[in-house]
Ligand binder design. Structure first.
Ligand code: MN
Length: 440
């Protein structure tokens, strides 16, 4: 399933155990299956924290990490082997397989959880776990109570609960070489899919048909499920930031915005491109598009180790504001307009987010209230946009109903950055050339 080495997973667990107190215990639950309707399930997606630490792709399991002498101990609770059920749902490794193939020191059947878990907590001072997981919190209360009854000594029962994400998400923020390779592969595949959609695009198709072109390329490249709901918004739909209905007909003269990314072994790509349905930008479309592109290029140039996380956003909004003034969409002095954030009339989201196992990946953006600095190994998106609502009475009607966003994925390196999604064009001439190739 996973191409990552056992050593990679073992190192992640070691680093996490090394980042917390030696007398702590960490509980990391797997995801559960969700039903779509009646007895039909949604496709299973493992919890990213659990996947990061195990590569184990089954629902309902629980990972227990016990830091301490000689590297600590790693324990897994998972579904037992069940030949009768496996005929219906497929092979399960069971506890034996978890030890042999997933590097667990000990493993138990989930049926043993209530008996075994309390003694794993015994003598530990604090528990790291996801505090927002109500099911786990409910069970944890029971385990602590059981432990109290068993040993009648409050000292033996962990007294503190701490958020697992604190230490774990800081680790996940810095991508290992193996992770960088997977995100790069996901970015390349996502770029190929966007190219396919550009070549296939023509008036009269429906948005969901471009979505199908994207998903076809993902699957042919090994990504069965996209990293997030694919957005194909033509015309004014491009102004709806999380538009996923993808149901309208593509009309000549409109732009279409596609925000889509593949997922490879859990790692996301995240690309947005905006292009003209009929293959040629109108003068007005091009004018607005060039502003967003210049903003994106300025933001990309600001992705450097040692720069603030916010530097790309600041670079982007400066260029957007200048451009909006030049096109007559804002009036006034650029500096004053920047100070009052006048661009928020057309640009309400931020320029970047972390990218990894989650498309909006984990990791703190600030430290002590200040934006943190970019460091090698971080992966982030750069995605400025401009959106002019169809009913925006502040602007000339000719501008209304245009939504433009351009998004690439970047790795921060020791000397600057690497654009991981350069395989799909974004310059006006290059987009028009690729679309012409598709029509030929
Ligand atoms: Mn994004």
């Amino acid at each position: 399933m996973s191409t990552l080495s056992d050593r990679e997973y073992a190192q992640r667990r070691q680093r996490l155990m090394g980042a917390v107190e030696a007398d702590a215990v960490l509980l990391v639950p797997a995801a559960t299956l969700k039903y779509r309707n009646r007895d039909a399930e949604y496709g299973f997606r493992q919890n990213s924290d659990f996947l990061y630490l195990t590569g184990f792709n089954e629902p309902d399991a629980l990972l227990v990490l016990l830091p301490g002498k000689s590297g600590g101990e790693v324990v897994l609770f998972c579904q037992p082997r069940d030949p009768e059920k496996e005929v219906w749902t497929g092979y399960r490794p069971g506890p034996e397989g978890a030890m042999q193939r997933f590097g667990m020191d000990r493993a138990f059947s989930l049926e043993q959880l209530d008996d075994e878990l309390p003694q794993l907590l015994q003598g530990r001072s604090r528990i790291y776990c996801p505090l927002a997981d109500e099911t786990l919190q409910g069970r944890l209360a029971g385990w602590r109570q059981r432990l109290m009854q068993r040993c009648r000594d409050a000292q033996q029962v962990p007294q503190q609960l701490q958020e697992l994400g604190g230490p774990l998400h800081e680790l996940r923020l810095f991508k290992t070489a193996a992770e960088q390779a997977l995100i790069r592969a996901s970015g390349e595949l996502s770029a190929q899919a966007h190219c396919r959609a550009m070549r296939a695009c023509r008036p009269g198709l429906y948005e969901y048909q471009l979505e199908a072109e994207i998903h076809h390329q993902f699957a042919m490249g090994g990504s069965r499920v996209p990293a997030y709901g694919t957005i194909v918004g033509s015309g004014a739909n491009g102004c709806i930031l999380h538009y996923t209905q993808n149901q309208d007909r593509l009309e000549a003269g409109e732009l279409v915005l596609i925000d889509a990314g593949a997922e490879l072994e859990g790692y996301a790509g995240d690309i947005t491109r905006t292009f003209p349905v009929n293959g040629r930008f109108s003068d007005r479309q091009r004018a607005l598009y060039e502003v967003v592109l210049a903003a994106q290029e300025a933001a990309i140039a600001a992705v450097q180790p040692g720069n603030s996380f916010n530097a790309p956003h600041e670079a982007a909004v400066a260029v957007l504001t200048e451009g909006l003034v030049r096109l007559g969409l804002l009036e006034g002095e650029v500096d004053a307009l920047l100070a009052e954030e006048a661009y928020t009339a057309f640009y309400i989201h931020r320029t970047s987010h972390w990218l990894g196992l989650d498309v909006h990946d984990v990791g703190a953006y600030r430290r002590d209230g200040q934006w943190r600095n970019l460091e090698p190994g971080m992966v982030l998106t750069i995605e400025p946009g401009l959106y002019i609502a169809p009913d925006d009475e502040r602007v000339d009607p000719a501008w209304r109903g245009m939504g433009i966003r351009i998004e690439d994925d970047l790795l921060v390196t020791g000397s600057g950055h690497e654009v991981l999604t350069a395989g799909v064009p974004k310059a006006v001439a290059a987009i028009e050339a690729l679309m012409a190739e598709g029509r030929a």
